[in-house]
Design a protein around this ligand. Sequence first.
Ligand code: ZN
Ligand code: ZN
Length: 515
Amino acid sequence: MHWADVIAKELMSKQDSNLISAGISPTGSIHVGSLREAVTAEAVRKALADKGADARMIYLIDSYDPLRRCYEFLPDSFEDEVGRPISHIPCPYGCHDTYADHFIKPFMDSMDGMGVNCEIFWTHELYQRGEFAETIDASFQRRDRVLEILSTVTGRAMPEDFHAFSPLCKSCGRFSTTRVTGYEFPFVSYVCKCGMEDKADIRKGEGKLSWRLEWPAKWRIFGVTCEPFGKDHAAAGGSYDSGVRLVREVFDAEPPYPIPYEFIQLKGKGQMHKSTGSAVSGVDALNMTPPSVFNYTILRVNPERHIDYDSELGILDMVDEYDRIERSFFDGDATDKEEDLVRAYELSQPNGPRTTMPVQISYRHLVNVVQVSRDFNEVLETLKRTDDLRGISIEELKTLEQRVECVKYWLNAFAPESVKYTISEEMPDVDLGEEENRFLSSLLDNLRGSDWDGDLIHNTVYETAKESGLGAKKGFQTLYRIFIERRNGPRMGYFLATLDREFVLQRISEAASKV
Ligand SMILES: [Zn+2]
Ligand SMILES: [Zn+2]
């Protein structure tokens, strides 16, 4: 049984209605691994819904987290913003209202297509609406218990003056520089390093809980029953352990069913964006991997297993496997071993399972087609030459266009040079000898009589090169040289089949007569 179904069954045995929570802290560019949380949560929600159970998912954006330090990518002037909540700090590049918006908005836009079905909450708004007031009050009322739990679980003595709540200084706007001096509902008295002395109203978002308390507070506020989180939080003495005790003993609620997940590691040399020079971000991953394929990549393995995300050639294998499992899903010929993969495929569909097998144009093939076409219309023209697009539905066409966009993004940003080429519009200036000439002349004759099909063309090139005495290797090289001015390239037959037949024959004839 697929792991999402196993978890769903377990949850259904515990309660009739489930709330799955996921979230993110947008203090910088969002790593591809952060997507695992949302995709995992959504898969469990879907698995529950498939079984007729009542299930909802929420996604919490930790927009009230303070900026912890002035990261290298920030202007030096941001040193002054350290300690302020990222929902109050301006966009470092001037293109959004706030710092939090800058990092989360593009990510949320990209995530849209993945079909994550959730309600979104911004933590700074929850604080402002007073949603945390009850739990903040409880952490003051039961301060001794809080301290005991934190020191027992972490094994570290807590400082005497520790408070689970940091007031937001009214004067300098920081959490990090204030110190609590007293509490009487709903006011927390504080002094700040800047000289400010005042009271913060816990019902109005004038401060926030520390991470170890805020997490269980959210479980209590929403009634979270299940939550995936990075395995670092699951370590012994980590924030899940303390959260379990805090939510029970301080907030009088039950902790969620935990799904600790492993990280996504970037693999290969292609982890750097060719123009920005930064590592593959969540947005990059979504821009170059079709959403259903990305979901599948995550759902095909158990959350506790790590995933290598290879933004170079690995992406081609990933999409190939997805396409193969898609065929198994519709043909019903999956082996026992593949059953979980087929279920992962089903759970990966952003708009629910498809009813008919979609037209499949492999990513690998599109890498070539995109490079010989100027726009999507030309892509379609090219595909008509090599693949059967008859009867393609509007929905499939959209999916195809999305895949083409992903391929383009990949080619521009992460693809290795070895797969990239441009068709020389004019006959390149290459030196060809007698042997090459003989080969090209007979190839011209043989291709004139052949159907325009990838396999056929490939065999014709191969046989002709051998018969002419030039040899297959040199034969292929000659063709790469006259079409793309390189000595290697995409698989010859398919490559030529994607090109216009007359253009190909014309080029070969020109090259043959050039000697
Ligand atoms: Zn911005
Ligand atoms: Zn201050």
